[in-house]
Write a protein that binds this ligand. Sequence first.
Ligand code: SF4
Ligand code: SF4
Length: 170
Amino acid sequence: MKPETNLARLAQAELEKEEENFHFKELLHRKNPVEVDTLVNHLNAKIAPEIDCTACGNCCKSLMINVTGPEVEDLSHFLDVPVKDIKAKYIETSLQGDMIVNTIPCHFLTGTRCNIYEHRFTECRDFPGLHRSGFVERSFATFMHYGRCPIVYNVIERLKVELGFINNPA
Ligand code: SF4
Ligand code: SF4
C-alpha cells in the first residue's frame, strides 16, 4: 500500500481521528516503550524512504530550527557568504540563548524544496525523529505533526495496525 502524502487528507484525518488518536496515545503508554521503539524504528525505516521530502517541505513551514556554529560555517562556505553576514541575514538568538533560523517558514524553502538541501541543518535531517528511541515519551510532540507530516502520519497509522488497535485497512 502506497503511503498517504496528500497534505489536505492528512489535515482532514487529524480532525476526524482526534478521539481515536487520543485513545491510541493512552494505549501506547500501557505498552513496553522499548518494544514500541523497535516497531516504530522498523516502520520508519520502511516508510520514510517511500516519501519524497523534497516534494513536501511541510515541516519547513512550521518548525523552529536550531543551528550550531559549525553548521553556520558550513553554510558560509557553501553560499560563499561570510559567517557574520549569514548570522545577520538568517539567524537569531532564541530566549534560551541558542541560534535559530530567524523565519518560519524557513528562508531556505522554495516551493516544497530546500535550496540548501545537502547542507541543511542536523535538526532538519533528524525530523521527525522516528529513527530514535523514546517514541512513547515524545508522543505528545510527535502527534502534533500527525496532520502535517506524511512520515509521522503513515508510521502512526501502520503502528495502530501492528499493535492491533485497528484492523488492517488493506
Ligand atoms: S534548512 Fe531546508 S530542510 Fe531545514 S527547515 Fe529550512 S528549508 Fe527546511
Ligand atoms: S519530514 Fe515530513 S513534513 Fe517534513 S518534508 Fe518530510 S514528509 Fe514532509
